[in-house]
Design a protein around this ligand. Sequence first.
Ligand code: CP
Length: 316
Amino acid sequence: MRHFTSVEDVNDIEKLIEIALNLKAVPKASEHLGKGKTMGIIFLNPSLRTRLSTQVAAQNLGMSPIVMNFSSDGWQLEFADGVVMDGNKAEHVKEAAAVMGTYFDVMGIRSFPGLKDKDEDYQDNVINQIKKYAGIPVISLESAIRHPLQSLADLITITEHKKVAKPKIVLSWAPHPRALPQAVSNSFAEWVLAAGYDLTITHPEGYELSEQFTKGATIEYDQKKAFEGADFIYTKNWSSFKDYGQVLNSDPSWQIDAAKMKLTNDAKFMHCLPVRRNVIVSDDVLDSESSIVIKQAENRIYSAQAVIEQILKANF
Ligand code: CP
C-alpha cells in the first residue's frame, strides 16, 4: 500500500480487518516498525476522533506524530494552477505539500468539501494534490468525498458484532440543521458493498447519493420498511448530492427512535460521531445497549494502525 485514500487502495478488506483486530489484541505488537519515523497529521477542519485516534495509532507503531491545525495555524493555501496569488492565499499547495514531505515519512490530511461546486468537490482536488506534491505516502483523514479510515473502523465493528455471515445493513439518513458532506455515507456504502455485504439505503427523495458509491445497494424511501429485519442501523445526515449541498428536508420524523429500532432484528445502532442528540437520534437509543458508537470510535485507533502498519511495511 502506497497511499490510503479509498477502498481501491486495499487488496483484501477481510485481511485488513483481521490485521486491525490482531493489533487491537496486542496494540504494541509492531512498535518496532515506526521507530525513528515521523507522521504528520494535518487538519484543515475540526476533529476529535480522527485527530486523537491517529496519534495513538502512530504512537502504538513507535512513530512520532506531529499534529498541525492548518486552518488556524497555517498559511491559507492556493490549490489552483496558474493563478496570480495577490489575494488572501499566501502559499501554494505545490510548496506546502513538498515541504511537509521533507519533514514527515507519512502524512495524513483532512479537508472537507466546500459544498458549493459539485464538480470541484468530487474531483477530490485537495487530497489528490497533496498526494501529487508531497512525495510521501498520504492517508485520508476525510476528504471532500470519502472517509475511508471511518469506514474501515465501521467494518471492524460490524465484524465484531455480527451474528450471521451476511447481516442486513441499513444506512439511514437523519435530519440535521446544517448542510453536511456526503463523505461518510459515500465511503460507508463503498466499503460495505466492496466487502460483499448487502446494503439498504433509506432517505427522503432528493437525498440520493452518487451512484459512484451506491451501485448495487437497495434504495428504500420508506424508512420503517427499510428497518424491518435489520441487524445494523448506520445513521448519518448528508446534504443533497442532486441539489448540491442543499438541506432539502429536516423532517424530524426521520430521527432514529426506540419505536423504529423495535422494527429491526434487535439491530445495533451505529454513527460515526459527533452526533446531535434528539435531532439525529433519541437519547433512549443512543444510551441503550444497542448503541455501539463508542466501540466504533475506539476502533478508529486500530483502523488507522492497520493502515499505517501496511504503509510502513510496503514503503520503508
Ligand atoms: N468520526 C470522525 O471522523 O470524528 P471527528 O470528526 O471528530 O474526527
